[in-house]
Write a protein that binds this ligand. Structure first.
Ligand SMILES: [Zn+2]
Length: 322
């Protein structure tokens, strides 16, 4: 048994175990995590698997964990504190595991009026996150930024994918289902998606009170920056209209590759701004950057590198998108 598991177990009351191994409890994090009422339905779950520890709340989405070789994260420390583990013991454990804290926060925005895309039914049964999917999303720093699902269906490998619902006016209008980890072969698609024509992701989170609408190619980047995503590297005219209808200055954040170059050039043509943040070489998009520097720092880097002159955009994107 790991030191972390040992510490947690020695402070836990007797807990019920679900059939798939979660120890269930009333989540002690819900209020701190923005819920209006404390959890009374035992939505919090702890899982000890081999040497690993995972915690996920199916109510407020609080997720944390630890595995051998990792430092003790701040979120697990927070959870330990509310579970009544004393500070001295936490600090001793922290030193034993040599930990550092990484955190970021979530901004919730008022809804924005958007096109009436049609509701869809899930083509397979979906269920809540399992530990593997939760850990994957937590490692990418996006678990708290959306609802997520998994499925046990073998169709298109759904049983090894994490499913992001596309929500519009509270309805599910599409999804993307990403393979967890690296795909095993070339036949396996990294992403399986379904979306209505001209769909723009994350419009629900946009509001007129903002100065900018950040436009990214991928949904994970849009979640990271609370911007919108177009899911391709070319903006369709309908998408352009939808984004402009928000009435904020669109700022395209292209991926740092050849496809990004096309998008940046198109943004210049549309008269939109483009951001060329100063990230170290090798960082390709906002989500990757956030995994290193945190979402707040990445957002700042994007906002401080906005270029609005079409001529300068066309010059800069050749250097930036490589
Ligand atoms: Zn909770």
């Amino acid at each position: 048994m790991s030191l972390v598991e040992n510490t947690l177990r020695s402070h836990l009351p007797a807990l019920k175990t679900t059939s798939n191994g979660w120890l269930t409890m009333n989540c002690p994090m819900c209020i701190q995590n923005g819920q209006s009422r404390p959890d009374t339905k035992k939505r919090g779950g702890l899982k000890f698997e081999q040497e690993r520890v995972g915690y996920h709340c199916f109510n407020c989405s609080y997720t944390t964990g630890w595995r051998p070789g990792q430092r003790l994260g701040f979120k697990l420390i927070k959870l330990m504190r509310v579970l009544g583990i004393d500070e001295g013991e936490i600090q001793r454990l922290k030193i034993q595991l040599w930990d550092q804290v990484v955190e970021d926060d979530t901004v919730i925005e008022e809804a924005y009026k958007k096109p009436a895309w049609l509701e869809i039914q899930w083509p397979w049964t979906v269920r809540e996150l399992n530990l593997e999917a939760a850990e994957y999303l937590d490692s990418r720093g996006i678990i708290e930024l959306s609802d997520w699902y998994t499925s046990t269906s073998p169709v298109q490998g759904m049983d090894n994918r994490v499913i992001l619902p596309y929500i519009s006016d509270g309805k599910i209008v599409g999804y993307s289902a990403r393979w967890i980890g690296d795909v095993p072969d070339k036949k396996t698609a990294k992403m399986v998606t379904s979306r209505p024509p001209s769909f723009v992701f994350n419009l629900d989170h946009q509001s007129h009170s903002r100065k900018y609408t950040i436009v990214t190619e991928g949904e994970y980047d849009a979640l990271t920056l609370d911007g919108v995503a177009i899911m391709t590297n070319t903006i369709s005219p309908e998408q352009a209209k939808i984004i402009e209808d928000i009435d904020n200055e669109p700022v395209v954040l292209p991926d740092r590759d050849k496809a990004g170059l096309i998008l940046a050039m198109q943004a210049a043509e549309l008269g939109w701004s483009v951001s060329f943040p100063e990230w170290p070489d090798g960082i390709k998009d906002a989500n990757e950057a956030a995994q290193q520097f945190g979402r707040v720092a990445v957002l700042q880097s994007v906002l401080s590198a906005i270029e609005s002159s079409p001529l300068k955009i066309k010059l800069l994107c050749r250097r930036w998108c490589v």
